[in-house]
Design a protein around this ligand. Structure first.
Ligand code: MOS
Length: 716
């Protein structure tokens, strides 16, 4: 119905509309807002894993020039908190902090110093002395604490069919356990806030992924009306899940501002990013598979053992993928959690699928090898168009096509099934494959569009509380408005990240683009439809929006709109799918390896902007390479502190670690997913890399790597 502006509408490969702001340093991140008279807060971390504070001496810190306050549990405001034991961690969870003498983990905030300058606060924080009564037996060693595991209330176990019978009828069985370590998010922008408490109202320039949820958490924590909380976060320098929550520094900064009657800035240091924002916990995933010689799966179980904190529950849904990815009649998923003296883990980079697919897709490769079957054929053999775990059809699923097209582009036919059969000098060369899948949630999303007529041109402003965490939200929302209003993208302004704007679910869980672009679409369509209605113009008549405003004798017009999942959506399982093929070269003497190239195929519905979508997949693949190659946080086994303390020892991949990457998006139309046919791609990329590389390493060396990261010493 609308003019499709191929130059700038949906599907155009345009540059980021906010790119120039960013490269000129003019995109404002949380602590870059010019707030006058601000003080600086520095958190203090506990130095025991479990116990209680028995004495605090803050006299030296308080005597320093510039120090305004030292806040500990002794003088902190009493906050509202959930009385329930072990509340489930959610994005709106209240965050009590400095509420008691109890210490739950090494690195927990035990105090905060507020001073005139950042340097004074940092220095003074080191001078506050804490005396502890240490509990001699903290739970800090995963392997020795398994007997404490319990069944979490947040995730139910699942069973279909009969596992034992399924294994009994199999020709081949596999029982293998895969281990993934503690990992940390580490976005480039640290968690940071400037908080102002004024007359019972809060303004928070806070780096967050979900604006509305954050206002709820703040309002509940301080027991003030939600309308009195304003969260502003127009630019976010990465989140990876760690900024879904309103973390405790947000509460500390607001508390300090309330106490001092002036704005307070607080930044979580890179070291504190290990202990005071979320993390991915260690997982031990036991996979049992049974299959017939013809390749059909008869049984699949996925039992995950993880840890949570001693005060709150979070369970990464690792087994989710094993419920839905393949046609298997007998299927069991279980979860157990060990309460440990670490912070509560939380969603990180495709929670569930990133780690779950390492286990499932490695196990699939192991089974294919046992059956002497090509791993691509084995997956195709077990494809299903029904999500058996949810008992619903998939809205669209092109997994077979992803595998076939990927195999073709990659040159899979040149792979020999036998390990160590391709060599060049000292290098052993292997090919690996993994399927990719990621849930594509879609949530209600609202937006407002403001149209202004100036010199015959219509300028549009779209407002919503969505966030751009570096993913391209501004750009795809501008393209959506361009498409549905029929104006060039250069005449569209997008304003995001402010709780005064209409509510969206923000950015996370790969739901952002589908949700908020449909919200923007709805507002634009409402604007056009109402302008037409006013003049008795039929909906299908194609009239430029400038003309519509003129006929309505309007210079300015505003409309709101919202979009929500349809009944059809609810009756289907909506997932994005993909396949990853990788070629890995392993040095047979040193175990050093290079990921030479990857072909990644994705089917994710309508691609709003191939350029930003490509960036999303590349980002996901890079995180996947981090998982398989180097990322891990180590625990000191006696004291329970993380000895991985900075980006110098928490290794993320650099350019040289990355392969030559080809990304292919399959054309896919899915109107069940949502009106625009958009499915998530933010996390799809990471979900296949670890298994693909581990499987390539097996093909190269004959060694099965079941413990991430795969560091060179494991290969010699
Ligand atoms: Mo994501 S780990 O839901 O930001």
């Amino acid at each position: 119905m609308m003019n499709t502006l191929k130059a700038s509408g949906v599907g155009a490969s345009i540059n980021r509309v906010e790119g120039r702001l960013k490269v000129r340093g003019m995109a404002k991140y949380a602590t870059e807002f010019p707030v006058e008279n601000k003080a600086f807060a520095q958190g203090i971390n506990s130095t025991i894993a479990k116990g209680e504070i028995i004495a605090i001496d803050s006299s030296e810190a308080e005597g320093l020039d510039g120090v305004l306050a030292v806040i500990t549990y002794k003088n902190a405001e009493k906050l509202n908190h959930l009385e329930e034991e072990m509340p489930l961690l959610a994005t709106t969870t209240i965050a009590p902090v400095l509420q008691s003498a109890k210490v739950n983990y090494y690195g927990e905030y035990v105090g905060v110093v507020v001073a005139e300058t950042f340097e004074q606060a940092q220095y003074a924080a080191r001078l506050v002395k804490f005396e502890y009564k240490e509990d001699p037996d903290p739970t800090i060693r995963f392997d020795e604490s398994k007997s404490k595991a319990y069944k979490p209330k947040g995730n139910s176990d699942y069973l279909r069919g009969d596992m034992e019978a399924g294994l009994a009828e199999a020709d081949e069985t596999l029982d293998a356990t895969y281990i993934t370590p503690i990992e940390h998010h580490h976005p480039m922008e640290l968690h940071a806030i400037i908080a102002s408490w004024e007359n019972g109202k809060v303004t928070a320039y806070s780096s967050q992924q979900m604006v509305n949820e954050s206002t709820i958490a703040i309002a509940d924590t301080f027991q003030i009306p939600k309308k009195d909380v304003r969260v502003i976060t127009p630019f976010v320098g990465g989140g990876f899940g760690s900024k879904l929550n309103t973390e405790r520094h947000v509460i500390l900064a607001i508390m300090a501002s309330k106490l001092l009657g002036r704005p307070v800035q607080m930044t979580v240091t890179r070291q504190q990013m290990f202990t005071n924002t979320g993390m991915r916990q260690q997982n031990e995933q036991r996979m049992q598979l049974g299959a017939k010689m013809d390749g059909s799966l008869t049984a699949l179980s996925h039992d995950t053992l993880s840890h949570t904190s001693t005060y709150q529950e979070y369970q990464e849904p690792c087994g989710m993928i094993s419920k839905m990815l393949y046609q298997v009649p007998n299927n069991q998923i279980t979860y157990r959690l060990i309460p440990m003296n670490f912070q509560t883990p939380f969603a990180m980079r495709a929670p569930g699928e990133a780690t779950g697919s390492f286990a499932l897709e490695s196990a699939m490769d192991e089974m294919a090898w046992k059956l002497k079957m090509d791993p691509v054929d084995f997956r195709i053999k077990n494809d299903t168009q029904i999500d058996l775990g949810a008992d619903k059809p998939f809205s669209s699923r092109l997994l077979i096509e992803c595998l076939r097209i990927g195999a073709d582009k990659f040159g899979w036919e040149n792979r020999s099934m036998q390990p160590r059969s391709k060599q060049e000098g000292n290098w052993l060369i292997g090919y690996g494959v993994s399927a990719a899948s990621r849930n594509s949630p879609y949530q209600e999303s609202s937006s407002k569009v403001i149209l202004e007529l100036e010199n015959e041109k219509v300028y549009a402003t779209v407002q919503m509380d969505a966030t751009d965490i570096g993913t391209g939200s501004y750009t795809i929302i501008a393209q959506t408005a361009s498409e549905y209003l029929g104006v060039p993208v250069a005449q569209v302004t997008v304003e995001l990240g402010d709780s005064r704007f209409p509510i969206t679910p923000g950015s996370g869980g790969s739901w952002g683009a589908a949700s908020y672009c449909n919200g923007a679409r709805a507002a634009c369509q409402n604007a056009i439809d109402t302008l037409k209605q006013n003049k008795n113009i039929g909906k299908d008549q194609d009239i430029p929006v400038a003309e519509l405003l003129k006929q309505n004798k309007l210079k300015k017009y505003e409309a709101e709109g919202s979009a929500a999942p349809s009944e059809a959506f609810k009756k289907h399982s909506v997932f994005s799918f993909g396949a990853n093929f990788s070629e890995v070269w392993v040095d047979k003497h040193t175990g050093m390896y290079r990921i030479k190239r990857m072909v990644n195929v994705a089917s994710a519905g309508n691609i709003l902007n191939p350029k930003t979508a490509y960036g999303q997949i590349i980002g996901g693949l890079t995180m996947g390479v981090g998982m398989v190659l180097s990322e891990q946080t180590r625990v000191e086994p006696n004291f329970g502190n993380f000895i991985t303390r900075s980006l110098a020892d928490y290794h993320v991949p650099v350019n040289l670690d990355m392969a030559n990457i080809e990304v292919i998006f399959l054309p896919e139309e899915d109107k069940i997913a949502n009106e625009m046919g958009v499915k998530g791609i933010g996390e799809l990329g990471i979900t296949s890399v670890a298994a693909s590389v581990a499987n390539a390493i097996f093909n190269a060396t004959g060694k099965r790597m079941r413990h991430l990261p795969i560091t060179p010493e494991k290969l010699i």
